[in-house]
Design a protein around this ligand. Sequence first.
Ligand SMILES: [Zn+2]
Ligand SMILES: [Zn+2]
Length: 369
Amino acid sequence: MKAAVLREFGKDMPIEDVTLDDPKDREVLIRITAAGVCHSDLSVARGKGSMPLPCILGHEAAGVIEKTGPGVSRVKKGDAVVLSWTPYCGNCFYCRAGLPAQCEAYNRAAGQGALFDGTGRLKSASGERIYHFTCQSSFAEYAVMPETGVLPIHKEIPATVAALVGCAVTTGYGAVVNDAQARPGEYLAIWGLGGVGISALMAARLCNAEVIVVVDPNPRKEEVARRFGATHYINPKTTEDVPAKIRELTQGRGVDAAFDCIGRQAAFEQGYNSIRPGGKLVIVGQAPRGDVFTIPAARAFPAVQKRILGSYYGGGIPEQDFLRILDLYRIGKLELDAMVGKTVPLPGVNDAFRELESGIDTRTVLVFN
Ligand SMILES: [Zn+2]
Ligand SMILES: [Zn+2]
């Protein structure tokens, strides 16, 4: 099969012929139909993660089941599926605690660039091992992953939309619905309007928030923000005191919840200072390694009863959210089609990375025939 192989951080990924072994116990072989190009892939490609190389990125995808390994019961050949980037074992402490994204087996495997049995299924044409990324590696025509990494969906759902539900949409939607538990009439603010931020914005509108402020340094995002339901836009580059501006828009109180969808220290601090007493700062973005976020330790923190929450993959059970989100999409309550930007074939992935770095407004999705 053809795959984009990351061989050197910071360099383009060549499209290579790669071999993929058959699925083993409780694994499935998926023919990839669409794969979104996400900031998390870009960060790894630019050397900001700790992945062993060479590896195949891609963690936001949809596909069709091509073959099932022994013991698979969740899907059968021909099923259309959304891929998750946290397949889980179902037996560890975290799986039993309802936190499948923290699954010990998954985190061990993903850290080694392997699948759950500690081995890989990917090799280059010369027989050299290629590492898996998030047990998924969907910048490729096919992928093998544990069966808990796929969820069957309606065949009519466009693959491009299903792919985005596998990462950006669930991450942003869940931050608002699961972590902040937003309610009608609330005041919310969102930092960063990439795929995750737009998804959080759509969820905020769905929750009937009264005020939805978007903070993004790219002035082109104002129009995007308003199209997806923001009531106000703030450019932090041209606004001296962002929290003061937000208090002005919220009867002097601050927002009920602030969402960092950008992973920047300045956004964490502005978010913290923009929430009302008892409000929630929900941190979704992955900040660069070494970044530190400071808050006043004395008086301010306990006395104002603020809460700071880390939000990962939407904070719930991702596959339950996939189904809920796709139902909302089918009845017209979430306009996920509008999130899909360019669709390009696999070799377009390198340009898609460059466009992502320059702050493209919509999601580029790789499509496969
Ligand atoms: Zn992602
Ligand atoms: Zn587990």
